[in-house]
Design a protein around this ligand. Structure first.
Ligand code: 8YV
Length: 332
């Protein structure tokens, strides 16, 4: 019997490639070539599955042009790069990689919050530039973290992890806003109180964004929301570009309408709004919140396990859709 054929669309851990080679004919993009949508379609010809990342769009046009494709596995918890209704209608299984990155990503959310509040990168640049001449009482004086109010927008697994770090580790008062309220048990476990978005923006000293990107969440934070925040507040985005209006944020930072921001994700990344590159009071990182060696490996392995399950005729471990049966039958 023919082994199913898969494409690994972005470089992943060699040991996970080797694992996949035990199950499939594998074509691996280990050079990290960035393919255009047309090139991706070409690479997918004759492939049964693809292991991809959050930066590659899988839409109806691609699915129509790849009639053999049966499984699409994202090495990411977020899957806004997928057109899920199109995948479902086309009979293609789609999976993501949740849970294995929760704590690591929450760690990074906190690292970015700390770096932003305490001006870690800004002060390092100053030191490296040879500008440090003498102790000063207000040299890089930042915002207090312990005992302050932490506002979390998006209270899924990662948001809850950040809440616990804030409440238990730093004695912060935690408020959150989410599509739906957590159960009373979870609220107690996270020591977090549900508030309106407006109350959160007006009261939080540190606002952390951890919500998925959906059309409704586009520019959840824009000029109007930034205007509601305290002038001493910080804004942290580890969710997705597009949730924040980066142009409005750059302006607010320039005008010091908020104190500082920490951004791991950007609208149109890897491009970054040029004004964000010139304001000093922002910490910028290249979408690395889940990037520890162990976690990225676990994400790749989970994506691989999902492909092995689906193409082996089993249910995926972490599905994001239930494909249409009739359309699915045509692909098998
Ligand atoms: C991924 C992420 O590394 O999981 C997510 O949703 O944003 C990151 O952990 C990135 O999307 C590449 O797949």
């Amino acid at each position: 019997m023919r082994k199913p054929s898969i494409l690994i669309a972005r470089a992943i851990h060699p040991e996970v490639v080797a694992f996949l080679q035990q199950h499939f004919e594998v074509q691996a993009n280990q050079d990290d070539t960035v393919w255009s949508p047309q090139e991706l379609v070409q690479q997918l010809q004759g492939k049964d599955g693809v292991l991809t990342t959050g930066s590659q769009s899988i839409d109806g046009a691609l699915l129509a042009a790849c009639p053999q494709l049966k499984a699409v596995a994202n090495m990411a918890v977020g899957y806004n790069n997928f057109d899920v209704p199109a995948l479902t209608a086309a009979g293609v299984h789609a999976t993501n990689a949740p849970d294995v990155l929760t704590e690591t990503t929450a760690d990074f959310g906190f690292a970015l919050l700390m770096a932003t509040a305490r001006r870690v990168t800004e002060s390092e640049h100053y030191l490296r530039a040879g500008l440090w001449k003498e102790w000063r009482y207000d040299l890089f004086a930042g915002a207090e973290v312990h005992g302050s109010t932490l506002g979390i927008i998006g209270m899924g697994r990662i948001g809850q992890g950040i809440a616990k770090r804030g409440a238990y580790g730093f004695g912060m008062k935690v408020v959150y806003h989410n599509r739906s309220r957590l159960t009373a048990e979870l609220e107690a476990e996270c020591k977090a109180a549900y508030v309106s978005k407006q109350e959160l923006l007006q009261t939080a000293d540190h606002v952390v964004l951890v919500l998925p990107y959906t059309p409704e969440n586009h520019h959840t934070i824009g000029a109007a929301e930034l205007a509601q925040m305290k002038p001493t507040a910080t804004l942290i985005n580890i969710a997705r570009g597009g949730i924040v209006d980066d142009a409005a944020l750059a302006q607010a930072l320039k005008d010091q309408r908020i104190a500082a921001a920490g951004l791991d994700v950007f609208e149109g990344e890897p491009r970054v709004h040029p004004d964000l590159l010139t304001v000093p009071n922002v910490v910028l990182t290249p979408h690395i919140a889940s990037a520890t060696t162990a976690t990225r490996r676990a994400m790749a392995q989970l994506a691989a396990d999902n492909l092995v399950a689906v193409l082996g005729g089993q249910q995926p471990l972490t599905p994001v859709n239930t494909p249409n049966d009739a359309a699915k039958a045509q692909r098998w």
